[in-house]
Design a protein around this ligand. Sequence first.
Ligand SMILES: [Zn+2]
Length: 525
Amino acid sequence: MKMISLNKLSSKYIIASVSLFGLMLFIYGMSDGNQHTKFNTAKSKPLKNLKPHLNSLSSDENEYMTQSHAHLLKQRQKEQLLLAGINIKKDPASSHKWRDTEQALEYRVVHLDLKGAPPRISYFEDLFPFLKRHGANGILLEYEDMFPYTGPYFDSVPAYNAYSVSDIKKILRLAEQNKIEVIPLIQTFGHLEFFLKLKQNIEMREVFSNAGSLCPTHNNTVKVLHAMIDQVVRMHPKLKYLHIGSDEVYELGRCARCIEKMKVENWNRGQLFLNHVKNVARYVRTAYPHVMPLVWEDMFRSLSFSELFDSGISQWVEPVVWNYHPNILMHINSDVWSMYAHSFKNIWIASAFKGATGPDQLLTNFTYHLENHMSWMAIVEQFKHQVNFRGIMMTGWQRYDHFSVLCELFPVGIPSLILNLFYIQNYKHTYPMDTPSKLSDLLQCDITFPPHGGGAQCAFPGARIFNIAQRLYLLRNELESPQTGINNPVARGWLSDQNIKWNFSNPHQNMAYVPRFYFMYGYFL
Ligand SMILES: [Zn+2]
C-alpha cells in the first residue's frame, strides 16, 4: 500500500454543494437575516467557511456583503463580466406581435415572497422593466419580516436585513415608473410564523405547538393587526389592494378563549374564522376606504353556501382562489365555483410558477407549472360568464414556511415565470406545446426545454444563478449516482471517511476514480 494525497478531497463531498449554494446567494447579492430562532435553517453560514471557494470571484468579501455604493458598482462590473459574450440581438418582448390586445385577466401579478433570499433593492431596477416587458402589471409583495415594523409589539420582528423606509420608497418609485401595481401581503391569521416564532409572542399562538396560527381572541391580537395594517398602508400611499392572507389556518378554535367564544356566540369553527377575517377587512375598509382587502380563499371551500353568504364577508373582501396543481377542478369543483359566483362580485385566481413541488426543490419543474396555468386558463374560459375574474397572482414561493430551507431561488424560476406569462396572454392562439419553443426568444438565451442539461446562457436578471443551479443539479446527480457517486463500491471501500482522515488508500483502486472526484469537486471553482 502506498499513501496518496487526498488533501483536496473533503470527507463530506456535499460541502461542494453547500458551498455552491452559498456562492449563489453571494453572487446574486441576496441574504437572509432571519436569526431569531435556532430552527431557522437559512441563517447565514460563517463566511470564512466559504472563502476558499470564493477566491476566484472576489478579493474583498466585506465589500460584497454590504449594500454600499462601492458594492453595487463592483457587483455591476462582475455581472457584466459574467454576461460577456452573450449575443443579445433584440428584445423580443418589446417588439412582439404575439400578445393578445385584449387580456382575459386585467391584472397579471407576480408574487415576490420575501421570507427567503430577499433581493437587494438594486435587483428591482432590472427586474421591474423586465417584468413589464413580459406583460406583468403587478407584484404581490409578501413582506414577512422584511418590513421595518416599529412600536411596542414589534421588538425583534424585522429581520436584520429588513428593508428600510427609503428602500421601500425606492421599490414603489421603480414600480410606478414601470406601471406595476404594488399589492402588499401581510398575514393576519395563519402563517404568522415570522411573528409568532418569537418568544415574546408565543402566548398569541392558538396552540403552543404551532407557530403558524394566531389566536383571534387574544387581548393583543386586534392591536397588533391594526398596527401592522396601519404601518404597511401608510408606507404605500397609492395603495388600491391589500392582501390580508388568512390561508391554511390549521389551528382554529382550539384555545380556551376561542372555545368559550364559540360557545357564547353559538359558532362553529368556520364562523369563528369568518368573523375574524371580516373584522380585519372591515378595519381596512373603514380606516382606508380606498383600499380593497384581498384574502386567500382556501378556508372558504369547506363552508356551506349559507355560512358564506350569511356572514356578509363578500361586502368586505375579494377572494384569491389558489391552486397549484395541473388539474384544478379535481381540487376546486364546480359547486365551489358556483358558490363563489353567487357570493363575490370579483374573484382573483392564483397559480404557481415555482416553489410548489418540493420544499428543497433546486430546479423548477416547467411542465408541472405550465400545466397548472393551462388548467387555470381552462377554468377562466369555463366560468368567465359566471365569474368576474379580476386577475391572476402567479406565486413563486421561496420557502414553505419560516422553518424550512429555500426552494428554487427566484432567478431559477424566471424562465418558468416568463413561459407562463406568455401562455396566459396567448392561450387562445397558441397550442400549449408550442409555448416552450418561444422561451429561447423570450429569454434571449440558448435555453432548451426542459433546461436540465445545464450550460444555458441567458440574459435575464439573475441568469447567472439559473445557470449555476443547473450545474449544481448535475453535480448533485453525479454525487448520488450509484455509478459515479459516493455510493460507488470503490468509494465505499477505499475512499471512506477513515481513508480521507488518515490520508491513506490504495492508489491502484483509486487511480481511475480519484480524478473524477477531483473533477466534480472542482467543477465550479
Ligand atoms: Zn384562541
